[in-house]
Design a binder for this molecule. Structure first.
Ligand SMILES: Nc1ncnc2c1ncn2[C@@H]1O[C@H](COP(=O)(O)OP(=O)(O)OP(=O)(O)O)[C@@H](O)[C@H]1O
Length: 589
């Protein structure tokens, strides 16, 4: 665990941790020696040579004082280490998050990250003061006592050395039993929490279908699972929890019985016996304290492992010698890609390689032109947009912007080159203006209003009582889907990057706003490189190039007339969409 702690802290926090460990180890050793000195001291006091007690008492007082001083230093270092650790961990997490692939931040991961930075960092920050210090004391003090007993009575030392592996075995067994049960119960609690959250979030759907908490099977099952986990922990975990304390008491009882028998047969003097028992009593108490720390250790270990898993995630490599894109044309050259968890693991004889999600995707979008990407759901269109902005790195082939591999462009230059509006728009807590200004905080009022007009957001702002100052709520919940999309489009337009990607960004717009956006796109096509993922016919007609994507491949490409003449997927798409949108194309005369 100390190794894990060093790893999550990095070099910055490790020195502090080492100093704490050394101080506490010194305190524990001095405490063990002080306990051991009680034996000759008591022997002298209870025996016939009370005059010999003074030197032992002096040594005992010196060791106890030394222990108290080191303990006080350890305590203060423990708390200092704790607060420093929290700062170091927060900084490391923030720095690491900056370098993680953007694709890593799924909704679930983002929620997990907040738990990591809150609860888990608190657990780890409490470790030095509340876990490590008592743990070191309760392990090293007994070890010192065992070593000291070699000089006091070899037989006691031998019994302690022989009992140590038995105690260790009982400890390992009880820890593994309780850890297994704890893990099972933690999983069940997490499942219940997820289901409750799902139940609360989806109230509108559940109520529409008349489902109450009792009738919501997933939540019922999760609660039953949680109760089962609790029962198991109580029934099977209790023997594990008490077994170690019981074994430690048994060692004490054994030494008590042996001491009595050695005293009776005259091989141990009467004055030494109580002193030895005091020593062994301290030893078993210390060892039991170590076992009591088990629950706290398990929780802290879980937090440490979660932090380690995130900090160990490989950051995106930054280019050693970054290059600037020469222009704003986009090129996908034989690109293949699979999301990390989709990579075949090759388990079992039947497991073979399946096709990657994207396979040999090649296309070029000339600078200042518009390309529409269409295709069925799950074809890989959004993935293409993500690869263009380097949310992930390709597994094969190259994505280029302005003739330069995106992996050779610095993240800052890449971010400045590409603006993206995704289907699932996220707005930050704040006003409409705050949200649009994220695109360019320094933009003038005039530029802001121009972007809003182009996105059709000015109409929305005019109808809202608070206009630009309307608070959108976290995630933008105070706005409709179409309004949120217009805010996101205005934000992207304000950023004024040379490449603009719209991923189904018009899906929630009404016909009027769509018409505004279509003419905006037409106007923008002469200034920017546009990639528009859409199923809207008006947008597709505006494009200079249409790419049809199916099953991770580009299956058709060309302009509207060429693709219609092919009579393939595009023609079928056109036919189906024009019926849905009530469109009819007049034959060319
Ligand atoms: N983060 C992710 N991790 C793993 N798999 C993913 C991830 N995102 C998408 N996928 C999978 O990749 C495939 C392609 O998804 P993608 O979103 O690119 O398709 P799409 O053509 O944009 O679909 P839609 O039109 O429905 O948005 C899908 O099977 C999807 O389940």
């Amino acid at each position: 665990m100390i190794r894990d702690l060093h790893r999550v802290l990095g070099s910055e926090g490790s020195g502090l941790l080492n100093r704490l460990l050394v101080t506490q180890a010194g305190a524990a050793a001095l405490q063990g020696v002080a306990f051991a000195l009680l034996v000759p001291l008591l022997r002298a006091l209870l025996g016939d040579a009370s005059g010999e007690a003074w030197p032992w008492l002096t040594a005992f007082v010196i060791c106890s004082l030394g222990y108290a001083i080191l303990q006080a230093i350890g305590l203060s270092r423990g708390f200092t280490a704790g607060s420093r650790l929290s700062r170091v961990l927060h900084r490391r997490l923030a720095e690491h998050a900056l370098n993680l692939p953007l694709g890593w931040f799924t909704a679930g991961r983002a929620a997990g990250f907040s738990r990591l930075a809150g609860q888990d960092v608190i657990q780890v920050m409490n470790m030095p003061a509340h876990l490590l210090r008592p743990l070191i004391t309760s392990v090293l003090t007994p070890v010192t006592i065992v070593v000291a007993s070699l000089f006091l009575d070899m037989r006691v030392a031998l019994v302690l050395v022989l009992c140590a592996p038995v105690l260790l075995a009982v400890h390992l067994w009880s820890t593994s039993v309780v850890r297994r049960l704890d893990d099972g119960r933690d999983g069940a609690i997490a499942e219940s929490a997820d289901r409750v959250l799902e139940f609360v979030r989806n109230q509108s759907v559940l109520r529409a279908f008349g489902r109450t908490a009792e009738g919501y099977g997933a939540l019922d099952d999760a609660l039953v699972g949680e109760a089962r986990g609790d029962r198991r922990l109580i029934q099977r975990g209790t023997p594990g929890l008490v077994s170690f304390a019981f074994a430690a008491r048994m060692v004490f009882a054994l030494l008590l019985a042996l001491s009595v028998s050695w005293t009776l047969d005259g091989s141990l003097d009467v004055a030494t016996m109580p002193a030895l028992l005091v020593l062994v009593g301290r030893l078993t108490d210390s060892v039991s304290t170590a076992a009591d720390l088990g629950a706290g250790m398990r929780i802290a270990r879980g937090s440490l492992l979660r932090l380690r898993a995130v900090l160990d995630t490989r950051p995106f490599p930054r280019p050693a010698e970054p290059r600037l894109p020469d222009g704003a044309d986009v090129e996908f050259d034989q690109v293949s890609f699979d999301y990390p968890q989709n990579t075949p693991v090759g388990l079992g004889p039947s497991a073979g390689r399946r096709d990657p999600l994207l396979a040999n995707v090649s296309f070029r979008i000339p600078e200042r032109s518009m390309t529409a990407l269409i295709g069925p759901s799950g074809a890989g269109k959004t993935t293409v947009a993500r690869l263009l902005a380097r949310f992930w790195d390709t597994t094969g082939g190259t994505v280029r912007i302005g003739g330069v591999d995106v992996r050779d462009i610095s993240p800052e230059d890449l971010a400045a080159s590409v603006s993206i509006v995704f289907q699932d728009v996220y707005l930050f807590e704040g006003t409409i203006e705050d949200n649009v200004r994220i695109g360019d905080p320094e933009a003038s009022e005039e530029t802001l209003h121009r972007a809003a007009t182009l996105a059709g957001l000015d109409q929305v702002v005019r109808t809202l009582p608070d206009g630009w100052s309307t608070v959108v709520g976290e995630g933008g919940t105070a706005l409709s889907g179409g309004q949120r999309q217009r805010v996101a489009i205005a934000r992207a337009l304000l950023k004024d990057a040379p490449i603009l990607v719209l991923d189904e960004a018009t899906a929630a717009l009404d016909h009027e706003s769509e018409a505004v956006l279509t003419s905006t796109l037409q106007a923008l096509a002469s200034q920017k490189t546009l990639l528009v993922i859409t199923h809207r016919l008006s947008t597709v007609l505006t494009a200079e190039q249409v790419l049809v994507m199916e099953g991770g491949r580009i299956t058709e490409r060309g302009v509207h007339d060429e693709l219609m003449a092919l009579g393939g997927t595009y023609a079928a798409f056109w036919d189906q969409r024009s019926r849905a949108e009530g469109w009819r194309l007049e034959p060319a005369r």
